[in-house]
Design a protein. Structure first.
Lengths: 117, 114
């Protein structure tokens, strides 16, 4: 069984502060994928990043960075110099390969980020 | 269209009514997924289509839930005899391969059962 835990339910930061969203996962698959999605108030899930289990290299995209550590089963997401537009619910997700050959995605419960101006 | 569209965006149903939720995936996308997102929770998998074939319906919560994609494009999620616990946002996603790489989500349909 797969499980994704986002222990932080809500986080509030003041604009320009850095913030890290934690994600811990459980899976028995040796090949799996990790995702982060953003869900703004409009409701639509926006894909941010995908990382496969064989690639532990950290990634940076503008103000966003991701730290994948297989040893601790964590895939944390950091926003540098946060902005009000970053306010949203962020979901970490995990997919593995099932017998049908496709990948079912398991989402965490989300972390609501509020950036205060 | 440029993205996944869903209709209606909002639906209010009285307990016991049947509802039908529509998803228009991105043109040419082979894979289509339905998710249910309860308030304050993450999306939960309901069912998966590859073209017109429903390959996985293990997430459907009861036999009142039924999904179809007869021509391999538009999909409909039907809920019969709605109950209050069915109140949620129903999300549809599509992708161009058989896996959820770069899965594109629609805006969702918010169903409220009164």
């Amino acid at each position: 069984a797969q499980k994704v835990t986002q222990a932080q339910t809500e986080i509030s930061v003041v604009e320009k502060e850095d913030v890290t969203l934690d994600c811990v996962y459980e899976t028995r698959d040796t090949t799996y994928y990790l995702f982060w999605y953003k869900q703004p108030p409009s409701g639509e899930l926006v894909f941010l990043i995908r990382r496969n289990s064989f690639d532990e290299q950290n990634e940076i995209s503008g103000r966003y960075s991701w730290n994948f550590q297989k040893s601790t089963s964590s895939f944390n997401f950091t926003i540098t110099a946060s902005q009000v537009v970053d306010s949203a619910v962020y979901f970490c997700a995990l997919s593995g390969t099932n017998s049908g050959g496709y990948q079912k995605v398991t989402f965490g419960t989300g972390t609501k980020l509020q950036v205060i101006p | 269209g440029a993205g996944v569209s869903q209709s209606p965006r909002y639906k209010v149903a009285k307990r016991g009514q049947d509802v039908a939720l529509r998803c228009d995936p991105i043109s040419g996308h082979v894979s289509l997924f339905w998710y249910q997102q309860a308030l304050g929770q993450g999306p939960e998998f309901l069912t998966y289509f590859q073209n017109e074939a429903q390959l996985d319906k293990s997430g459907l919560p009861s036999d009142r839930f039924f999904a179809e994609r007869p021509e391999g494009s538009v999909s409909t999620l039907k809920i019969q005899r709605t109950q209050q616990e069915d109140s949620a946002v129903y999300l549809c996603a599509s992708s161009s391969t058989g896996t959820p790489y770069e899965q594109y989500f629609g805006p969702g349909t918010r169903l409220t059962v009164t």
